[in-house]
Design a protein around this ligand. Structure first.
Ligand code: SAM
Length: 279
């Protein structure tokens, strides 16, 4: 699992529909300028890529991937499928959790010298439970412009499909497997917002059971599996119902778990000493 679990996003809507008094006028989009290191400011592009369905990529994402000098990819073999599909033949360098620290300084230097670069991950938005944060921060510190395009990410469709309140929410990424897991479950039990977890099929039942224990058997949740793919499934129910279902129907594929926030009726869980072996 990747070490980007602590990113928390709480989104709030400040504008009510009643405030919108006139139809929005959308200006025609300016003609895209080709990337040119001599006339464009130094920039790192973060490009979201499909989470399953190869059609889920924007026209601008494809254009930028075709125009940059170098594409930084989490796994060059995984991304080659996407790049081949769209006939993108660019220099691709591996940039993943095991070399991102070491590479940051050199990449910042190259971008400063005029090399245009786009960062992609295996799927979805770089920096969301994927490498991206370290390079983004290094670029910002060096005065390099960073632009993340809007695009695919697994947690947004899962949240919206869940039917749970989405006006404010918490993105939790992967729960810790060992140390810190119980503490995190206890924190999550109390907070009032819908929250989102990334989960592996091998841990889903265990997580649902532990969540039921800490948050209460009746807490509503939704399991989104294989989003955008042929066998997409969004299964809603209480934590106990979902745990029972997936115990009987072994889950496969990629999973997002969305859980309702607390309304104040949580079970009393005694404090336990956490240690490295805790599962
Ligand atoms: N950067 C990605 C994003 O923007 O969503 C997340 C990458 S993270 C390493 C991979 C996890 O995202 C999977 O284990 C799963 O929890 C979730 N995920 C990715 N694609 C998915 C899909 N098609 N359906 C359900 N969950 C998905």
């Amino acid at each position: 699992m990747l070490p980007y679990q602590h990113l928390a996003i709480v989104a709030e809507h400040f504008v009510e529909a009643s405030h919108i008094v006139s139809p929005r006028i959308v200006a025609p989009s300016p003609k895209p300028k080709p990337l040119n290191p001599k006339s464009q400011p130094m920039k790192l592009y973060l490009i979201p890529t499909p989470i399953g369905n190869l059609e889920d990529i924007t026209l601008r994402a494809l254009r930028i991937l075709k125009e940059v000098d170098i594409i930084l990819a989490e796994d060059t073999r995984t991304s080659s499928k996407l790049l081949r599909h769209y006939d993108i033949n660019k220099k691709v360098l591996a940039h993943h959790q095991f070399n991102e620290h070491k590479m940051a300084e050199g990449l910042v230097r190259q971008i400063s010298e005029g090399t245009t670069m786009a960062l992609i991950s295996d799927a979805g938005t770089p920096g969301i439970s994927d490498p991206g944060f370290l390079l983004t921060r290094a670029c910002i510190q060096a005065g390099i412009d960073v632009e993340c395009l809007p695009g695919p990410t697994a947690f947004v469709p899962a949240l919206v499909n869940s039917g749970l309140p989405s006006d404010r929410f918490l993105f939790e990424g992967f729960l810790p497997h060992k140390k810190g897991r119980q503490t995190r479950l206890k924190e999550l039990a109390k907070q009032p917002y819908t929250f989102i977890l990334y989960e592996s099929p091998f841990r889903l039942v265990k997580s649902l059971e532990q969540l039921a224990e800490h948050l209460g058997a009746e807490r509503q949740a939704c399991v989104s599996r294989e989003l955008t793919k042929i066998y997409e499934e969004n299964r809603r129910g209480t934590l106990t119902e979902l745990a029972k279902w997936y115990k009987e129907h072994s889950p496969k594929g990629e999973i997002v778990l969305v859980v309702a926030g607390s309304t104040g009726n949580n079970p009393e869980i005694p404090d336990v000493e956490e240690n490295e072996e805790e599962e």
